[in-house]
Design a protein around this ligand. Structure first.
Ligand SMILES: Cc1cc2nc3c(=O)[nH]c(=O)nc-3n(C[C@H](O)[C@H](O)[C@H](O)COP(=O)(O)OP(=O)(O)OC[C@H]3O[C@@H](n4cnc5c(N)ncnc54)[C@H](O)[C@@H]3O)c2cc1C
Ligand SMILES: *[C@@H]1O[C@H](CO)[C@@H](O)[C@H](O)[C@H]1NC(C)=O
Ligand SMILES: *[C@@H]1O[C@H](CO)[C@@H](O)[C@H](O)[C@H]1NC(C)=O
Ligand SMILES: *[C@@H]1O[C@H](CO)[C@@H](O)[C@H](O)[C@H]1NC(C)=O
Ligand SMILES: *[C@@H]1O[C@H](CO)[C@@H](O)[C@H](O)[C@H]1NC(C)=O
Ligand SMILES: *[C@@H]1O[C@H](CO)[C@@H](O)[C@H](O)[C@H]1NC(C)=O
Ligand SMILES: *[C@@H]1O[C@H](CO)[C@@H](O)[C@H](O)[C@H]1NC(C)=O
Ligand SMILES: *[C@@H]1O[C@H](CO)[C@@H](O)[C@H](O)[C@H]1NC(C)=O
Length: 628
């Protein structure tokens, strides 16, 4: 870029804007004409009248709630102030259960701009939260909310559990559709997608978009089945499946998105549609991995289910006395990780955490790694055999340095295992996370280089290596010939992730936390340059997120395809992505899916597919000038 001669650059910008000026898309008759520059906010003339809100409330049978910041009960100045209520909110704040049960609360404080924390001395305003909420329990309630937001040009958000690490489930000045009560779990011995000629010979389950993992697991366990699901009890199908969805069983069966046989979706234009391999196939493709709150609201999904496996679990600690130098600890972790591709191919999956200093009061154990690993339908002897060479290699490299404590347990079902190992981390913090997907070459290519990469976690950071991809994800055959999941998942074994906490109401701390996320991620990006990040657990400021989250699929999701422009610009391809105004010409039939299903950007979030035409300015969402 730096070498580009300015006049050539000017010419290219001009050419790009000429090309894009002919791409204006005629509004389809059912959609309103082009929007004003910003979405409406309360107190301005285009915000709907009270009478309009009352009509919306009546049409939903009284399901419109005025949003109240959950922390408001703790602030004497607030109308909702209530000392007893405050105690309950403070008790619940660290739990996922509290935030998922509240119409607007989210797990990570910064996404509501720390605007009403339940603590003494903190400010409290409504500023970071939606204005109204539709408490939806049917697709029709969802449709009424979507139509209202579209008609009145109001920012729309979708909240299920509020767990989102990217902050997509809350926004100021918005109408929120709360999908938590879209429940229902119905199992099938086989499944025939609507209007499809043949029956799919697999057991399956149809669930409401707000269904949570624990309810799904519990119900399926009663009939001896399970599903590809996540580690948190309250994670909901809506955000999980649309984002990809990994879990203990994905290594065997593919990601959660790959399990979808059919979806019911309320589209941005207010249609309640069924998407499967026979109808609305573009939407079917996009909603499986293309991200939450982008292509509509997933009101229900039908997922393939499996006989619940017998699990052999290994809880493994490889740790050192505190006197061991830190580089040795990371070298050990790096060596163990280099075995992961082979272990995965043999059927192993699970979670590994590593740190130079585990939070522990023990004076005899310092850093190392802790793994929770399972083999499905294989005996403990198989587990022992798999790990023997790994333990031998550690001992050979660092004789009598590491304590190796393996503990094997058997579980009769996934559900039984989950009772012991569900995610017990805390919510209610200010937290950013980061992700990198690592394939065989990244994990096993150069062990000493990896030791240096991991050493960035020295000084207290905890890194994780989730062994949740591998053969099952590589060989998955999503219905309809594919889905929008990042292709790098198919080559990955490990989803490496970590979190960085920071102090609320402190911009410096926030900035430092984001830099720290980047500091951890930078060498991992170098390690796996052609890979990407798992969008649901990614750095919200991941550079080039379009390609890091979707790879080549981004073209079909958003960037239109234009053979002529492609030829013309091919030699300068690397120059184009940074040009903000550039969009190649496209005829209607080749429009990318986001623009086709949501021509007026009723759904907008960041970092999300097709959000490039809008930006947040303060607490408002506005069109980018010259980018209509
Ligand atoms: C404790 C914990 C454990 C986790 N474990 C795992 C794991 O094991 N595997 C894994 O893959 N991920 C895991 N995650 C990450 C998880 O996938 C994401 O946080 C995901 O976004 C949660 O979805 P949600 O619907 O519960 O949350 P929300 O925050 O409510 O929603 C997330 C996003 O999806 C949108 N959305 C929600 N419902 C719908 C819907 N019905 N239709 C359309 N859009 C919708 C929201 O607008 C938002 O954009 C975990 C997260 C937490 C907090
Ligand atoms: C919507 O109607 C219900 C039932 O009449 C009422 O309880 C609720 O307060 C109304 N919502 C708003 C925001 O006024
Ligand atoms: C939302 O609706 C459900 C029923 O679908 C109801 O049980 C719940 O109390 C409602 N929540 C609020 C806050 O009104
Ligand atoms: C369906 O699958 C089951 C189990 O894989 C198999 O036993 C059965 O024969 C199959 N039925 C049909 C009609 O193909
Ligand atoms: C360490 O000890 C303190 C005080 O005895 C206790 O409160 C804390 O929970 C302990 N931490 C761990 C990780 O065991
Ligand atoms: C492995 O990485 C180390 C440290 O980064 C480097 O010095 C070495 O040249 C690499 N080895 C190979 C074979 O690439
Ligand atoms: C804000 O955070 C920074 C960085 O962590 C810290 O140095 C500073 O003391 C904090 N400011 C306040 C007022 O606490
Ligand atoms: C977040 O809150 C701060 C005050 O703490 C305010 O200055 C800022 O504008 C808010 N951000 C947004 C996006 O509203």
């Amino acid at each position: 870029m730096a070498l580009l001669n300015p006049s050539l650059r000017t010419a290219l910008v001009l050419l790009a804007s000429l090309l894009s000026s002919s791409t204006a898309i005629a509004p389809s008759p059912r959609n309103p004409p082009p929007h004003p520059l910003c979405k409406a906010v309360p107190g301005t003339p285009n915000w709907p009248s009270t009478a309009s809100w009352v009509r919306l409330n009546e049409s939903t049978g009284g399901r419109v709630l005025r949003a109240s910041p959950p922390g408001a009960v703790c602030h004497p100045g607030q109308p909702d102030y209530n000392a007893a209520g405050c105690a309950a909110v403070r008790d619940g704040w660290k739990t996922y259960e509290f935030h998922q049960a509240d119409p607007v609360s989210v797990d990570w404080n910064q996404w509501a701009n720390d605007s009403c924390l339940p603590f003494d001395g903190d400010p409290c305003s409504h500023q970071g939260y939606p204005v109204f909420v539709v408490n939806a329990s049917t697709a029709r309630h969802v449709k009424l909310g979507v139509d209202f937001a579209a008609k009145h040009n109001i920012r729309l958000v979708v909240k299920s559990s509020g767990h989102d690490f990217l902050g997509r489930s809350v926004a100021p000045n918005s109408l929120s559709i709360w999908v938590h009560h879209l429940k229902g779990i119905q199992s099938h011995d086989s499944f025939q997608p609507k209007h499809c000629p043949s029956i799919i010979n697999t057991t399956a389950v149809t669930v409401g978009g707000g269904t949570q993992m624990i309810d799904l697991y519990t119900t399926l366990d009663e009939i001896g089945q399970t599903v590809v699901g996540g580690g948190g009890k309250t994670v909901s199908v809506g955000g999980y499946v649309t984002g990809g969805g990994h879990g203990l069983l994905s290594a065997r069966y593919g990601l959660a998105a790959d399990q979808v046989l059919e979806a019911e979706i309320v589209t941005p234009t207010g249609d309640i549609v069924t998407a499967n391999e026979c109808q609305n196939t573009d939407l079917f493709w996009a909603v499986r991995g293309g991200g939450g709150s982008t292509f509509g609201v997933l009101t229900s999904a039908t997922l393939a289910t499996y006989p619940t496996p017998h699990l052999t679990n290994l809880q493994l600690l490889i740790a050192t006395p505190s006197t061991t130098p830190q580089p040795t600890i990371f070298a050990m972790v790096s060596l163990v990780l280099s075995y992961f591709p082979t272990l995965s191919d043999a059927g192993l999956s699970g979670y590994t955490f590593f740190s130079a200093s585990f939070p522990s009061n023990s004076s005899t154990l310092a850093g190392g790694l802790l793994s929770i690993m399972v083999l499905q339908d294989q005996p403990p002897s198989a587990m022992t055999a798999l790990w023997a060479p790994v333990f031998a290699a550690v001992e050979a490299a660092w004789p009598r340095t590491f304590l190796v404590l393996p503990e094997t347990t058997e579980y009769p079902s996934f559900y039984a295992w989950f009772q012991d190992y569900f995610d017990t981390s805390a919510a209610g913090t200010n937290t950013f996370v980061g992700s990198r997907l690592l394939g065989r070459e990244a994990l096993a290519g150069n062990v000493s280089r990896n030791a240096e990469v991991l050493a960035r976690f020295a000084g207290g950071g905890i890194g994780t290596a989730y062994l949740v991809s591998g053969k099952g994800v590589r060989d998955a055959r999503p219905r309809g010939g594919g889905d929008a999941v990042l292709p790098a998942w198919r080559r990955a074994y490990v989803h490496a992730t970590f979190g960085v906490d920071f102090e609320p109401l402190n911009r410096t701390a926030r900035t430092e936390a984001l830099s720290k996320v980047n500091y951890y991620l930078e060498p991992m990006r170098e390690l796996a340059p052609d890979s990407g990040a798992y969008m649901n657990e990614a750095d919200p400021e991941e550079p080039d997120w379009q390609h890091q989250f979707w790879g080549d699929n981004y073209k079909r999701l958003y960037v239109s395809y234009c053979p002529a422009a492609h030829l013309l610009f091919a030699p300068f391809q690397p120059l184009f992505s940074p040009l903000p105004g550039f969009r190649p010409r496209a005829d209607q039939s080749r429009l990318h899916i986001k623009r086709k299903v949501d021509p007026n950007d009723v759904f907008w979030c960041t970092p999300c597919v097709g959000n490039e035409r809008w930006q947040q300015i303060g607490d408002r969402l506005c069109r980018k000038v010259g980018n209509t």
